[in-house]
Structures are given as structure tokens and as C-alpha cells.
Write a protein that binds this ligand. Structure first.
Ligand SMILES: NC(=O)c1ccc[n+]([C@@H]2O[C@H](COP(=O)([O-])OP(=O)(O)OC[C@H]3O[C@@H](n4cnc5c(N)ncnc54)[C@H](O)[C@@H]3O)[C@@H](O)[C@H]2O)c1
Length: 458
């Protein structure tokens, strides 16, 4: 006991790693500009929601940064501040919004078209929404076959398009007197591309921009422009964008954080809640069949096999990583995993996701679980957008984090976390949650929590 007491008071205790860098985080002064490629259902639901919360007519349900608390110290210390009071985050009234879209609709028109929020609510936030008009987009129909719009930039090369985006970014910052910016992709899912030589290094990528290389997608041009301007970039879609050698090195070079891809919302959220539980109790899995119907523009885009392939890759990888069949061959070797998305217009944003899960227990006896999640896609995604922009801005202001490039602690929010080459991603929501909160404690100079708890029994 004496040894343990000594350890508890000593900085060398492995369970009490401490740093004290809270003071080195730049305060969140001035305006934070949120730049969004893709002003569709998710982004307008996010912006309308922030404005409704600012007006005091709605609550930020689903947002960890706004509603969550964090335990500090021992359970007996009873210190559990709200995250937004613990961390030096930008306040909601410091946020300003802008973005790009291939359609000319302002955000009020786009939100009305998306039919996620009720007309009454939209009317109350109309002044802000109708003031946000999309800048001309960088678009390539080869990457999103189902869409075509008039509000598109023209230039001789992809490098010229990147330069135009950089001008937009600087212009937005100056016009809105922003102190800092964050970019978050809420545009459509692009056609599948595997990483190739043109994505491998910054030199190859820049040469490819100048030569109009066909494997450089619009989302990569936005990301390149943001990172060149030192602006953090988050990716709400499963597109191959920043998970390439080229953009990872640009991110590190310019202290502009990047994170995972594809918001973890409906069915995959459920999967990453259920699968860790089955594995924790050593229950086997023989098959997991997931199907969805949704009727938004996103659903229409995903009806194209090339865009669906990008989404499918993102959705499928989750179970392999959580269940680790190589460690548990008796339980998870050869489980069958199928994911389907069907475009069904009558449902709009009110997606329905069905899961049939075939599991087995003691002595191999089979059982079934059925999940029928009647969710609302953009309602689940909007608070993730809010958390990500606030936390990416925090990462940019935190010396210990901003030079890392990938912010793996934000994997909690993504279907496809990004990791450095050779490091497998954590998909288990509970591991991700612990990593997220321990990173917050760490940068604020608080002790990390291991849940060992032996000290309560001394
Ligand atoms: N809602 C969710 O639960 C969820 C979850 C994970 C990922 N996502 C992804 O988030 C993205 C947005 O979803 P949504 O429901 O808002 O879709 P949406 O179709 O309503 O909006 C996407 C917008 O992006 C625009 N766009 C397409 N390419 C563009 C480009 N190159 N530049 C600028 N604008 C462009 C489209 O015109 C459209 O207005 C999709 O990729 C979707 O797969 C959504």
C-alpha cells in the first residue's frame, strides 16, 4: 500500500501521465469561419441548427462538445465539468458560415429542398440561411455521375482551380473578419478511386494538378487549397481525399490538421456499438446483413455504383477491425458481411436501416438479432459537424496536436478513421470515446483515466 501511495504522488507513475500544456493553447478569440464544400441536407441542417440554438429555440442534442461532460480526477472528486467549459472551444456565437455548391440555391432554398427541418423552424432562421450563397464549385461529373449544376468554376488546369479556391478562402476570411477557418466536406460521395502514384507524394500530386491528372478528384482540390492556406480539413464523405501521402505531408508541413472520413451516423453507429459488445462477451458471428432505404439527393448519388463502391468500402471495413478474426478464428473467421443502400424517394431523409445479425453462443448454438433503425440521416450528422469543426479548430490552436497531421483522437466521429501507414484503425466506439476524452484531459494537463480504480480500496 505504501508503494502505491508513493506512486500515486509521483510523476513517474505510469497510470498518471501528466503534461501541462493547457496554457500553451491559443485562446479561441475572434470569429471562426466554417467553410463547407456541399451546401445540401447535412450542412444546411447543421447551420440552421446552430442558428436555432443561438436563438434559444432548440437544444444541441447529439453534440458532445455542447452537452457532454468529462470526469476529471478520482470518482470521489466529483469533478465533471461540461466539455465546453473545460476546453477552450470557440463559442457558437463566434461561428460564421460559407461554402460552395454546384447549384445556385442559397442555404434557405437548399434546406427547403432537403425537407429535413420543418417550415416553422426554417422561417425562424431564414435571415441567416438566405444570406449564405454558394461560391462557384470545383466539380467534375466523372466523380458524381448523377448530378449536374450551373455554379461551377472553369480554369485551364486543376492547379488553377486550386488557386481560385485559395482566393475564395482568403476572400471569405477577409470579408467576414475571421480570425481562423476550418473546412469540412459535406459534398456528395465521389466515385471510388484507389490511391495511386499521383497521390503518393506532394511533388507528384502538384505535378498532377498542373497536368489535369484524371485521378485527382474535386474533393482533393478543396483539401489541397485548405491545407495550403493552413486551414484544417475534415471529410464527411468516404472519398479518398486526405488519406494519401501527398495531402498527409502537406497537412504536417503546414500545421493544418486532418482527421478521418465519412461521418459515423445511422447504421454504422449501431454496428460499432453492438459489435464491441458481442466481442466483449465472446459471442460468435456468422453473418451481418445490412440494408437501407433513403430518398435524399445523397441516396440518389449513392444509387450510382461508382459512388456506392466508395461508401461500401467505408462501411465494410468496420466489422473486420472490431472483431479481429485473426485473433478469434473460432468466433469470427469467415463471417459474411453485406451492406446495401437503396434509393427510395418517398422516405426522403428519414432513412430506414435494417440489420439481420446471425450470432452463435455456447457450444455453437445459433441466435439472431434484428435491428430496425428508423433514423434521420442529417439529424444524426449535424451535431457531428458541429463537434468536428470546434475540435479541429482546437487541434489547430494546440501546439502538441497541430503538427501531427492526422487527429486520430477524432476517430470517434468517423466510419473510416485515418491512421499512419502500418497502424490499424480503432473502430470500437468505446475505445474511440476513451481515446477522445483522454486526449482532451492530456492537452489540458489533467490526469488520464485508466479505470484501474485500485486506489479506492486502499
Ligand atoms: N447524413 C448522414 O448521415 C451522412 C453520414 C455519413 C456521410 N454522409 C455524407 O455527407 C455528404 C453530404 O450528405 P447530404 O445528405 O448533405 O447530401 P446532399 O446531396 O444533400 O448534399 C451534398 C451537396 O454537395 C454538392 N456537391 C457535390 N459535389 C460538389 C462539389 N464538388 N463541390 C461543391 N458542392 C458539391 C451537391 O450539389 C449537394 O448540394 C454525402 O457525401 C454523404 O454521403 C452523410
Amino acid at each position: 500500500m505504501i508503494v502505491r501511495l508513493l506512486l500515486a504522488n509521483c510523476r513517474c507513475d505510469p497510470y498518471h501521465t501528466e503534461v501541462n500544456s493547457a496554457a500553451s493553447i491559443t485562446p479561441a478569440q475572434g470569429k471562426l469561419g466554417i467553410l463547407i464544400p456541399g451546401l445540401g441536407a447535412v450542412s444546411t441542417t447543421f447551420i440552421a441548427g446552430v442558428e436555432a440554438i443561438r436563438q434559444g429555440i432548440a437544444k444541441p442534442i447529439g453534440s458532445l462538445t455542447q452537452m457532454g461532460t468529462i470526469r476529471l480526477g478520482k470518482r470521489t472528486d466529483k469533478r465533471s465539468p461540461l466539455l465546453k467549459e473545460f476546453l477552450p472551444l470557440a463559442q457558437l456565437d463566434q461561428l460564421v458560415f460559407g461554402g460552395w455548391d454546384i447549384y445556385n440555391d442559397d442555404c434557405f432554398q437548399a434546406a427547403s429542398h432537403a425537407e429535413v427541418l420543418e417550415k416553422d423552424l426554417l422561417e425562424k432562421v431564414k435571415p441567416l440561411l438566405s444570406s449564405i450563397k454558394p461560391m462557384a464549385a470545383v466539380f467534375d461529373k466523372n466523380y458524381v455521375k448523377r448530378l449536374d449544376g450551373p455554379n461551377v468554376k472553369k480554369a485551364a488546369t486543376k492547379m488553377d482551380l486550386a488557386e481560385k479556391l485559395r482566393e475564395d478562402i482568403r476572400g471569405f476570411k477577409a470579408d467576414n473578419k475571421c480570425d481562423r477557418l476550418v473546412m469540412i466536406w459535406c459534398g456528395s460521395t465521389e466515385a471510388y478511386r484507389a490511391p495511386g502514384a499521383v497521390h503518393a507524394s506532394l511533388e507528384a500530386f502538384e505535378a498532377g494538378l498542373k497536368a489535369n491528372h484524371p485521378d485527382i478528384a474535386p474533393s482533393m482540390i478543396y483539401a489541397y487549397a485548405a491545407l495550403q492556406e493552413g486551414v484544417p480539413y475534415a471529410n464527411g464523405a468516404p472519398n479518398l481525399t486526405t488519406d494519401t501521402g501527398a495531402l498527409l505531408s502537406l497537412s504536417r508541413q503546414n500545421n493544418a490538421p486532418i482527421c478521418g472520413k465519412d461521418f459515423k451516423t445511422g447504421q454504422t453507429l449501431m454496428k460499432t456499438i453492438l459489435a464491441p459488445g458481442l466481442k466483449a462477451r465472446m459471442l460468435g458471428l456468422s453473418g451481418w446483413f445490412s440494408t437501407n432505404i433513403l430518398g435524399t439527393r445523397d441516396g440518389e448519388v449513392l444509387d450510382d455504383p461508382e459512388s456506392f463502391k466508395t461508401k461500401e468500402e467505408s462501411k465494410l471495413s468496420v466489422l473486420e477491425h472490431i472483431l479481429q478474426p485473426e485473433l478469434y478464428p473460432d468466433l469470427y473467421k469467415n463471417f459474411y458481411h453485406k451492406v446495401r443502400i437503396n434509393y427510395y424517394p418517398p422516405r426522403g431523409d428519414n432513412k430506414e436501416g435494417w440489420d439481420n445479425i446471425d450470432i452463435f453462443g455456447w457450444l455453437g448454438y445459433p441466435m439472431q438479432i434484428k435491428v430496425d433503425f428508423l433514423c434521420r440521416d442529417s439529424i444524426l450528422a449535424a451535431p457531428i459537424v458541429l463537434d468536428l469543426v470546434l475540435l479541429m479548430d482546437l487541434a489547430k490552436r494546440t501546439p502538441e496536436l497541430r503538427g501531427l497531421g492526422i487527429q486520430e483522437w477524432l476517430s470517434f466521429y468517423f466510419k473510416s478513421p485515418i491512421t499512419p501507414p502500418g497502424l490499424y484503425p480503432e473502430h470500437d466506439l468505446f475505445i474511440q470515446s476513451m481515446k477522445l476524452k483522454n486526449t482532451m484531459r492530456h492537452i489540458m494537463g489533467e490526469e488520464m483515466i485508466t479505470h484501474l480504480g485500485l486506489e479506492y480500496y486502499d
